[in-house]
Design a protein around this ligand. Structure first.
Ligand SMILES: NC(=O)c1ccc[n+]([C@@H]2O[C@H](COP(=O)([O-])OP(=O)(O)OC[C@H]3O[C@@H](n4cnc5c(N)ncnc54)[C@H](O)[C@@H]3O)[C@@H](O)[C@H]2O)c1
Length: 275
């Protein structure tokens, strides 16, 4: 019960990583306010939670919605923890083709939303004597080939924003960290496609299969894997940790595939075949 008496805000809390984290924080004693554009999903989670989780419709593209979400938590008794997590895939266009509008929209969804989440949470936490903020980045912030260009660039921005904000806010006893998920099985992938129910369920099966084989740890990553890291960063167990990130990727980024997958030929296994 690391969060007894604490109040947390989770954006994107109606689904996937945000949903798992809202449940984890609530299970450990927090009162959780989730903000999401998915009213049915958000309200259903709140209704099933026995009043541990509340829902407020929030579009993180709207500064006023983010400010109102943070203020609602403060009005309910004070804001201690914020998980800036809402997001989607954004534009998949390559840099040589993307429109200015699509670029801006993706950055606004994935980077500006996090900046504004911090912006509006910080004064409320400061007057309370401190707090903990966790932001969702991605392995796509660390290298190419994981996600589209606009998305990956925004997620890299989230990592640097995390450091800058940690430096700015340490004087107010506010810690700011990020979580860096690898391939996590959520609805984010099928949301990017316009599929009917039958095709969505086929796509879900394909995603689960691919996710189990995408990294050295041979099982699909789950929202609970990310929630555990977020809960740690948000808790007093991490009271001397700020301005950094935890990579939760099953080892996906440790090296090239032949280094960890015996089925993949390495340079030397190819050359050895000449002997
Ligand atoms: N799933 C992965 O493999 C993965 C990997 C790295 C990072 N991430 C990041 O994790 C975060 C959560 O994604 P997820 O995988 O749980 O996906 P998800 O689709 O299951 O959940 C995302 C949630 O964000 C909400 N959302 C989308 N746009 C919003 C908006 N404008 N305002 C408010 N809410 C909005 C959605 O309604 C949804 O409930 C995202 O920032 C995503 O980029 C996911």
């Amino acid at each position: 019960m690391r969060f007894s008496g604490k109040r947390a805000v989770v954006t994107g809390g109606a689904s996937g990583i945000g949903r798992a984290t809202a449940l984890r924080l609530a299970d450990e004693g927090a009162s959780v306010l989730i903000g999401d554009i998915d009213e049915a999903g958000g309200q259903a989670l709140a209704d099933a939670s026995g009043s541990r989780i509340q829902f407020q419709r929030t579009d993180v593209l709207q500064a006023g919605d983010i400010e109102a979400l943070m203020q609602a938590a403060d009005d309910a008794g004070g804001l201690d923890i914020v998980f800036n997590n809402a997001g989607a895939g954004g534009s998949r266009d390559p840099i040589g083709e993307i429109s200015p509008e699509d670029w801006d929209r993706t950055q606004a969804l994935l980077l500006r939303s996090v900046a504004l989440g911090i912006r509006y949470a910080a004064p409320l936490m400061a007057k309370r004597g401190g707090g903990a903020i966790v932001n969702t980045s991605s392995v796509s912030a660390l290298g190419t080939g994981y996600a589209p260009t606009a998305y990956s660039t925004a997620k890299a921005g989230v990592l640097h924003l995390t450091k800058q904000a940690a430096a700015d806010l340490a004087r107010h006893a506010i810690r700011v960290n990020a979580v860096v998920p690898g391939f996590i099985v959520t609805n984010i992938f099928t949301r990017m496609l316009d599929l009917d129910a039958a095709k969505t369920s086929k796509a879900d099966a394909m995603i689960a299969h691919i996710a189990a084989d995408a990294q050295p740890i041979r099982r699909p990553g789950t929202g609970d894997d990310i929630a555990a890291a977020v809960a740690f960063l948000a808790s007093d167990d991490a009271s001397f940790i700020t301005g950094t990130h935890i990579l939760v990727d099953g080892g996906m980024t440790i090296g090239t595939r032949p280094s960890w997958d015996p089925a993949q030929p390495s340079l030397f296994s190819i050359l050895d075949s000449l002997k």
